[in-house]
Ligand binder design. Structure first.
Ligand code: SF4
Length: 271
């Protein structure tokens, strides 16, 4: 095996105590001190794994002042996390990916909810026009290659911007199942810290929070959509079905790809 790099050598004892493996710490990431990122995520997770979502949010915003953004789809369950974030810091940067194929109701909901919650910095990310013209000029790629379509419409626009932050906040929950069943509250992915304040929250607790705070539901929830994405790839589901059963229904695909670990290029340290 190669000699450990200087960073790992310095942090080996600390990482070992946190249960972080040597191979993880040595993952090559251009311009990123991955051992430090792994250690920070592990320490924060140990401290806040059983904390309330609001306390997790506060800890995350304190740990990465000005260097953290919240990513939201303004979908069926988004209002809870956005409401919590607005209470902790309404100036937090919120990143919203408009793929160009979202339901019109989602675009309206994004505008209305942002205003209602007083979110002051909602940034709309879009696919690059060049990619759209080259890869999907007729906007029908979703019919033949959903991974490629999500790649240029969702993953690439987010990667371009989120790469400028040290950490980002997601709305994922364990009750969504699949790869999310073991979701930690803080995790290190590709040289960044990802924060999942709602990881521990049950569907019942989520719904109760929305009722308690009179949060407006996404208008399509009442029409049978418990999870929302682009209109070509989202179907209504029967009562009691899995929350994400209507996403890419009838195919093997379960995730758009923004939460799939991938090596990132060297990223700027300020944004
Ligand atoms: S969800 Fe469907 S339409 Fe939207 S980007 Fe992915 S494949 Fe394309």
């Amino acid at each position: 095996m190669d000699e450990p790099n200087a960073t790992f050598a310095v942090d080996a004892e600390r990482l070992s105590a946190l249960g972080v493996g040597e191979e993880d710490a040595l993952t090559p990431l251009d311009g990123v001190d991955n051992a430090e990122v792994l250690a920070r995520a592990a320490e924060l997770n140990a401290a806040y794994r059983d904390a309330s979502p609001a306390d997790v949010l506060r800890a995350a915003l304190d740990a990465f002042p000005g260097r953290i953004a919240l990513v939201s789809s303004f979908g069926a369950e988004s209002a809870v996390l956005l409401h919590m974030a607005a209470r902790v810091d309404p100036s937090v940067t919120v990143l919203f990916i408009d793929t160009g194929l979202l339901f019109g109701q989602t675009l309206d909901y994004r505008r209305q909810l942002s205003k209602q919650l007083g979110l002051a910095d909602v940034c709309v990310l879009t696919p690059s026009p060049e990619d759209n013209a080259t890869l999907d000029p007729m906007n029908v790629l979703w019919k033949s290659d959903t991974d490629a379509c999500c790649g240029f419409r969702k993953v690439a626009p987010l990667d371009r911007v989120v790469a400028g932050y040290d950490a980002w906040i997601t709305g994922r929950k364990r009750f969504h199942g699949g790869d999310r069943l073991r979701l930690p509250v803080f995790e290190a992915v590709d040289g960044q810290v990802k924060v999942n304040p709602l990881a521990n929250m049950s569907k019942a607790a989520l719904d109760a929070y929305a009722v308690e705070h009179e949060l407006p539901p996404h208008p399509l929830v009442a029409q049978g959509y418990p999870s929302l994405g682009c209109w070509p790839c989202t179907s209504p589901v029967a009562d009691g079905a899995d929350v994400r059963a209507g996403r890419w229904a009838g195919s093997e695909k379960t995730e758009c790809g923004i939460h799939v670990a991938r090596a990132k290029p060297a990223r700027p340290r300020a944004f």
